[in-house]
Design a protein around this ligand. Sequence first.
Ligand code: GDP
Ligand code: K
Ligand code: MG
Length: 298
Amino acid sequence: MDKNYKSGFVTLIGRPNVGKSTLMNHLIGQKIAITSDKPQTTRNRIQTVYTDERGQIIFLDTPGIHKAKNKLGEYMVSVAEHTLKEVDVVLWLVEPTTFIGAGERHIAEQLQNVKTPVILVINKTDTIKNQEEILEFISAYKDVCSFAEIVPVSALKDKNTDLMLDLIYKYLPSGPQYYDEDTVTDQPMRQIAAELIREKALRLLSDEIPHGIAVTIEKMTERKNGMMDIEATIICERDSHKGIIIGKGGAMLKRIGSAARREIEGLMDTQVNLQIWVKVRKEWRDSELYMKNYGYNG
Ligand code: GDP
Ligand code: K
Ligand code: MG
């Protein structure tokens, strides 16, 4: 084995909306994790793989660590906390601010219990007018947690992410190439398709619905000419939500469907025939059985 070749597992943690999915997508140059301006967009643990001449970094995009409010919340928290101990490096993404809220303090507490090196990544530095302010953010965070490294970046503008990669490699052990270099994710295409549909729904629907929806893929088959047939279901909590998701004369569902289809076609590099249904399952977020059904069973 080449002793100079490094590889390992890195988890991205941070409160909802700090830019975890954006950072990961930019690093691998392809859209895998979905992003939106609504919190808790990312529900499942997603592996993305970054490979260069130095080695291979396997990123785990965890749901934000927060206090659980229901069964889905509990599941998300347990995935995140378990991951912290398994990985070689923890990347903690934060907003550029000196205000350290209860959410951040909660994360700092969790990090104190693990021996894994923690790199603090201060994101969204493109939004700061006076770059000297970053020093103040750094010292505010140093007061609540001890870090192996601290690096300011902009995930959106791809600023300083090279330095962040250098710092990650510094803490990775020498190891094998786990995945071949073309691999960017081990997520099944079905799950990516479901997440993309959910993303479009989150973007296009009004604020009252999104947290109550899940998407399942019933069918995904390839025709002889390469075209994919996909059948999906959006599950929501209320009859009134179903009406909104479908829209007047099916207009909203059509918008969600065509936006999702275009993106799935881009990813799969083939034509896609996408059909989406909408079903109501009351209180699915509080039902363990339904959660298992919809794939949130770890
Ligand atoms: P996550 O919940 O942590 O995965 O956050 P997302 O990646 O979904 O990002 C949440 C929002 O923040 C989106 O609207 C992003 O476009 C935005 N965002 C992420 N990174 C940056 C950044 O570096 N600069 C700015 N200005 N916005 C960002
Ligand atoms: K988000
Ligand atoms: Mg995310």
